[in-house]
Design a protein around this ligand. Structure first.
Ligand code: HPA
Ligand code: ZN
Length: 334
């Protein structure tokens, strides 16, 4: 089997994908049209040309603008369903997707509209595609602590449908410590905890996510390598990092995929996983990410297997389901 076929055959779990970041320009145009909302682009080609980012903020500005056309429950369903179809193509058999409630509630869209649309797509994906999923809601860190508390309160009636709480948006200048109290309450309510840290922000933000937010996983975390003590802690605690290679390249976190540290992190015993982040904006879904690092870093099939095993180990599925997928990976013939 070629490396490419091996990647395609590997069952994978995706643990770091923003559902708003899977919004393909074609669907954005279709939904904008049916909702009669103007978007500042004339064509799909023009949208794609705008996807030229020099840092996280330059991407976020466009990403939030795109989400503005999502109004009705059906829009959220269509968005998530299109992503599930990509999962099926890439043998992503389980996904834990982020959504940003504040991006929508701040525009007057009901929390219920968002979650009901997403949940319905999750239910249909389970039946029609055999893909399992969890939803994780993220607080926007450039907004206030008070706004995060309000969002947490709005989520409580949907606690059974939301497995965890995360933290995303502009990282620099918005350390995890700003949200220590709201994450403490989220933990008390029984939510699992993740947070973006160490993407553009320093290793210090990863320490804060661990010590103050008490995360179950770190999203990105690639800058942890700058701090040997932090690296030792991540290894000792088997703390997962949900790494997003194409995202790091597009947002200039690395300037060349050949310089990406995912292989070094893996070799040093860090529990790294591969993810697509905002695949519509960054040029590829799960398998594109696997292919990009395999080509640039010369990954072996054993390393590919380890990355896929890590994705299930780091997921929020049951021990039994983890064992099921891990044994399938171990028995996959090369
Ligand atoms: N980082 C922070 N916030 C985000 C990202 C990201 O990569 N994608 C969507 N929101
Ligand atoms: Zn992200």
């Amino acid at each position: 089997m070629s490396q490419l076929d091996f990647i395609r055959a590997l069952p994978k779990a995706e643990l770091h994908v923003h559902i708003e970041g899977t919004f393909e320009p074609e669907l954005m145009f279709a939904i904008a049209q049916r909702n009669q909302i103007e978007i500042p682009y004339k064509s799909v080609e023009e949208v794609k040309q705008a996807y030229n980012f020099h840092n996280l903020q330059s991407f976020l500005d466009i990403y939030y603008a795109g989400a503005n056309v999502l109004i009705h429950e059906q829009d959220f369903y269509d968005l998530a369903w299109a992503y599930f179809e990509k999962c099926a193509q890439d043998k992503v058999v389980h996904t834990e997707m982020f959504f940003d409630p504040q991006t929508h509630t701040d525009r007057g869209i009901e929390f219920a509209t968002v979650i009901n649309g997403l949940q319905r797509a999750c239910d249909v994906a389970k039946v029609k595609l055999g893909i399992t999923s969890h939803l994780i809601m993220c607080f926007l860190r450039h907004l206030s602590e008070e706004a995060a508390f309000k969002t947490l309160e709005q989520a409580l009636p949907y606690k059974e449908q939301i497995i965890g709480v995360g933290l995303d948006s502009s990282e620099l200048g918005y350390p995890p410590s700003k949200f220590e109290r709201v994450f403490a309450q989220a933990r008390e309510e029984g939510f699992l905890i993740v947070a973006h840290a160490g993407e553009e922000g320093p290793a210090e933000y990863v320490w804060e996510a661990l010590d103050l937010l008490k995360v179950n996983r770190i999203d990105h975390g690639v800058r942890s390598e700058e701090d040997p003590k932090l690296m030792a802690r991540l290894v000792a605690e088997k703390m997962p990092l949900t790494v997003c290679p194409l995202s790091n390249l597009k947002l200039c976190v690395v300037d060349d995929m050949a310089k990406h540290n995912i292989r070094r992190l893996l070799q040093q015993g860090v529990h790294v996983t591969v993810n697509s982040d905002d695949p519509s904006y960054f040029g590829g879904y799960m398998n594109d990410n696997f292919i990009a690092i395999t080509e640039a870093l010369d990954l072996t099939t054993d390393e590919l297997k380890q990355l896929a095993i890590n994705s299930f180990e780091a997921s929020f599925i049951s021990r039994e389901d983890k064992e099921k997928w891990i044994s399938k990976i171990q028995n996959l013939v090369v």
